[in-house]
Design a protein around this ligand. Structure first.
Ligand code: SF4
Length: 379
């Protein structure tokens, strides 16, 4: 953990910009209803970066899409909960009302800029259109603003690049154009879904630095979706760890990295290079159509006991650090970060968990293919 990250942990000021409360998002499929996001809570404050982390299939992308209901509906729908943005419950808003909010107050950046940019229009045309869509300005003024935005996101000779088509730009440049489009209306909240995954590490570092600089300039809240804990350490103020549609742990990046409390968070961190685990987390995600009772991580957890497999998800309990919370039965009897060391990791064999080395797919005892993503799953 570097000092830059430590310095970024005290970011919560005033009221939250976004409060997600008991959010449930489902997808109706021929096989049944996929519980993609199942009762999650988190907040984002102005000027704060909240990273949502977890494996593919954990529900992080559906969470980000649920905020402005970007998912296709049907089959997707918000089944319960609220998404309160600046005092307004977006979960209760019509598609028309959400269209006004998207791009104007809440912007999205996606993983694949090539797919998000229209290949038959110049980047200038697309940027100017985005500006005029949300601002009452003449074309010449919008063009001037487009040049200014491209310059701010670090595109050299911005005026000349306005006439380039997307295929004439590198991957990093295209992502910078997408960021410029997302910033065109100075959003209060930027939702970035794996925006650097397709980029090489040098460009990735430049984009992360750019987002941090622009966040300071615009005081935006940022939700950053990623499976890369190295990126989380670079950019996050707070972290929300998701597994199988549920939040498992949440807290400041400092507390979650220095005192990871949930066994799933520990397992994710052990997968980082140089931290011991070479084979990933054994086992696979539970069936999202028919998830198990109790803790959804139980089949893969070396600390699982019988109590983990019954009833509702374990209630959140405080872990070490301000606002650091964990959903695990072992913390309900002892508010102590070392509790897992005392419990030991040897209960796995008693509960039947086998370390197979598989991280996805695989077969269950009956020889059927395990479902890891389910029909209609967005991740
Ligand atoms: S010990 Fe039980 S409740 Fe805690 S993470 Fe493991 S399975 Fe879940």
């Amino acid at each position: 953990m570097n000092t830059t990250t430590k310095a970024r942990t005290d970011s919560r000021r005033g009221d939250p910009l976004l409060t997600v409360d008991n959010l449930r998002t489902v997808f109706d499929t021929d096989d049944g209803q996929v519980q993609a996001v199942d009762g999650i809570d988190f907040t984002v404050h102005p000027g704060e970066t909240v990273c949502i982390v977890g494996e593919s299939g954990s529900g992080k992308t559906v969470t980000s899409e649920s905020i402005t209901q970007l998912f296709k509906s049907p089959p997707g729908s918000i089944a319960d909960g609220s998404v309160v943005f600046d005092g307004d419950d977006l979960a209760a808003r019509s598609e028309e009302e959400l269209t006004d909010i998207r791009g104007a107050r809440i912007s999205h950046i996606f993983q694949n800029p090539q797919g998000a940019l229209n290949p038959v229009y110049t980047v200038g045309w697309q940027l100017i259109e985005a500006i005029q869509l949300h601002q009452d300005v003449e074309k010449d003024d919008a063009r001037e603003e487009a040049v200014d935005l491209l310059s701010r996101v670090g595109i050299p000779e911005a005026s000349a690049r306005l006439d380039d088509y997307p295929h004439e730009l590198s991957g990093g440049m295209k992502q910078r154009v997408m960021i410029a489009m997302a910033l065109a209306c100075q959003p209060d909240l930027l939702i970035a879904d794996e925006p650097t995954t397709a980029l090489d590490v040098t460009i990735q570092a430049q984009i992360l630095r750019l987002l941090r600089d622009l966040q300071e300039e615009f005081e935006m809240g940022i939700i950053f979706i990623t499976h890369d804990l190295g990126v989380v350490a670079e950019i996050a103020d707070r972290v929300v760890v998701m597994y199988a549609g549920k939040v498992m742990e949440r807290g400041s990046v400092y507390d979650v990295f220095d005192s990871p409390s949930h066994p799933y968070t520990k397992a994710l961190l052990e997968c980082l290079p140089g931290h011991g685990s070479l084979g990933g987390i054994p086992g696979s995600l539970p069936d999202p159509i028919d998830p198990p009772e109790g803790c959804r991580f139980a089949d893969r957890c070396p600390y699982a006991i019988e109590e983990c497999r019954t009833g509702a998800q374990p209630a959140f309990e405080s872990a070490a650090g301000d606002g650091h919370e964990v959903s695990c039965v072992h913390y309900q009897t002892a508010d102590d970060p070392s509790v897992l060391e005392r419990v030991g990791g040897d209960t796995a064999s008693e509960s039947g968990t086998q370390r197979t080395g598989r991280t996805d797919g695989g077969t269950d005892e009956s020889g059927k293919q395990e479902r890891t993503t389910g029909g209609g799953r967005r991740e």
